[in-house]
Write a protein that binds this ligand. Structure first.
Ligand code: DON
Length: 309
């Protein structure tokens, strides 16, 4: 069996046996219904191989992994003007923290914490009705993954809206500083729906291909973003993609990665492959516990750390 297939099979087999699987997110009630014993992993290489193991074709709620795609879309719309409204530095705080917003005049530290992603949703709402903006985000993700079967799980979106008090607080606070151009209700309407996009590891790894291939879709050669922008999104994933666990992910795994509370992680091996892993149980930072361990094991087996010679 070729090396990568062997590696993914070995990782999936080991993760299936692990009992310390972390805790499934319950603050969004719909996510609390997911079976923590699930585990899937996928690798899509720049030379076109799609390698799967475990529950790699089982859709799950991508949650904050969607922030990679909304950031890409927003940069496509307003370019570097985005950085007037959101920073590019790690926050060192939990993903839903409000603490820095007061000291930093309503400007979120980066686009991957919830406050930053709310501003990005506000940017994507510009000139649209929420339904149109949501449709544009879904079509963009379907385009990246080359898969029109990807849907938004309306029950997850409704469950998130019903319990989204912290996000409403963040949105209202930024509105009070003038850093939200639409009513919080409308910006959050877009926000709650893109988090509820349901994708499998196969679909998610496919959607991340452009980031592993200098901004181009390796199958078509189509340029999704410039090589420079792909590098910069990768840099943000490395420094901010796991919130106050980003340093630990860089230390143990050593590749750009973006996590979500649904238990998914998108990992990018620049020039080589796009990776997606799913294990619903989370660690203390709200990142997939076994997903992080699986990527650490795979990156070591394949010598994929960006810090490796
Ligand atoms: O807004 C929230 O809290 C969730 N929709 C997303 C948080 C999340 O995925 C954090 N990532 N680990």
């Amino acid at each position: 069996m070729p090396e990568l297939e062997q590696a993914l099979a070995e990782v999936a087999a080991e993760m299936a046996e692990r009992t310390d699987r972390g805790r499934v997110a319950t603050y969004i009630p719909q996510l609390g219904k997911v079976d923590p014993k699930r585990f899937g992993i996928a690798a899509v290489t720049n030379d076109g191989r799609v390698i799967l193991a475990g529950d790699a074709d089982q859709p799950f709620s991508i949650q904050s992994v969607s922030k990679v795609f909304t950031l890409t879309l927003a940069l496509g719309k307003i370019g570097d003007a985005l950085w007037q409204r959101v920073g590019r530095e790690p926050s060192g705080n939990p993903f839903n923290s409000i603490v820095q917003l007061e000291h930093e005049n309503g400007i979120p530290r980066n686009p991957f914490i919830n406050a930053g992603a709310i501003v990005v949703s506000d940017v994507l709402l510009a000139g649209h009705q929420p339904r149109e903006a949501i449709g544009e985000i879904l079509r963009f993700i379907q385009f990246l993954a080359d898969d029109e079967t990807i849907i938004i799980d309306r029950e997850v979106a409704a469950s998130e809206r019903a319990t989204g008090y912290r996000n409403f607080a963040l949105a209202n606070y930024m509105k009070s500083f003038g850093n939200l151009h639409h009513e919080p209700e409308l910006a959050l309407g877009v926000y709650f729906h893109h988090f509820a996009v349901a994708m499998s590891c196969r679909q998610l790894a496919m959607a991340g291909r452009f980031l592993a291939n200098g901004g181009r879709n390796p199958a078509t050669g189509h340029s999704v973003v410039s090589a420079e922008r792909a590098r910069r999104i990768g840099a943000l994933m490395l420094t901010c993609g796991h919130y106050d666990g980003s340093g630990d992910f860089a230390f143990h795994v050593g590749i750009p990665g973006k996590s979500g509370v649904g238990g998914g992680i998108l990992g990018i091996v620049p020039g080589v492959a796009s990776l997606a892993v799913w294990s619903p149980g989370l660690n203390e930072n709200g990142n997939s516990k076994l997903g992080s361990i699986a990527l650490e094991k795979l990156a070591r087996m394949m010598n994929w750390s960006i810090f490796a010679p």
